[in-house]
Design a protein. Structure first.
Length: 210
């Protein structure tokens, strides 16, 4: 994920920030960074405990003891990312905020640096229950955080008071994930704008009322 002020729900964790803490925290961060690097280079099929141990400089026995498998490594990277700070757009317009979020989803999959990792993590979730649960938890947290832009819009009178904010966020990004992950079609700015327009029209009609 690019470090932008309106980064959104790409599954890719931010890299390069060492968390405060002792030896355990430093070990986990080193393994996390090595996991992301291995995923970027080799994809999920090429992710191994041995490769992560070598890249991280953490003894293989330690990595096996704490993470057990490639799926556990991928799941842990997602779990750490879930707790990362996540700034949201605040343009004063719900349509613009949602377009910003939607554009970041697309960028997370298509950026030359972050895209391979994002796709690898989605592939891991498709193949292993452990990574699937981690990805679901990650995205649920991101949807909950993104709901803030909808709550602000409700307060401004742009939407009905009973609007389910998280469902509106899901409806906005769902068509993009379909193109990115299922049909593997290119996604244009017109596609993101269309997704936002359709989701907003449904919300204003009360389709996402609780």
């Amino acid at each position: 994920m690019k470090k932008t002020a309106n980064a959104t729900e790409s599954p890719l964790p931010d890299a390069g920030t060492v968390r405060p803490g002792g030896r355990t925290a430093r070990t986990r961060e080193a393994v996390r960074q090595a996991t992301l690097a291995e995923l970027a280079e080799k994809g999920f099929p090429g992710l191994t405990v041995e490769g992560v141990a070598t890249r991280s400089g953490v003894h293989k026995t330690t990595v096996y003891r704490r993470w057990r498998s490639p799926a556990a490594l991928a799941a842990d990277a997602l779990g750490l990312a879930e707790a990362d700070p996540w700034p949201l757009p605040d343009t004063g317009s719900l349509a613009e905020d949602l377009e910003s979020l939607a554009a970041q989803v697309v960028e997370g999959f298509t950026d030359p640096l972050t895209g391979p990792v994002t796709r690898a993590l989605v592939a891991a979730a498709a193949q292993t229950p452990e990574a699937a649960l981690a990805l679901r938890s990650y995205l649920t947290t991101r949807h909950r955080q993104a709901a803030a832009v909808v709550h602000r819009a409700v307060a401004r009178g742009e939407l009905p008071a009973a609007t389910d904010a998280e469902e509106l966020v899901r409806a906005t990004v769902a068509p993009l994930y379909y193109r990115l992950c299922i049909t593997t079609e290119p996604v244009s700015p017109q596609d993101t704008a269309r997704a936002v327009t359709a989701a907003l029209a449904a919300a204003r009609a009360g389709a996402f009322s609780r």
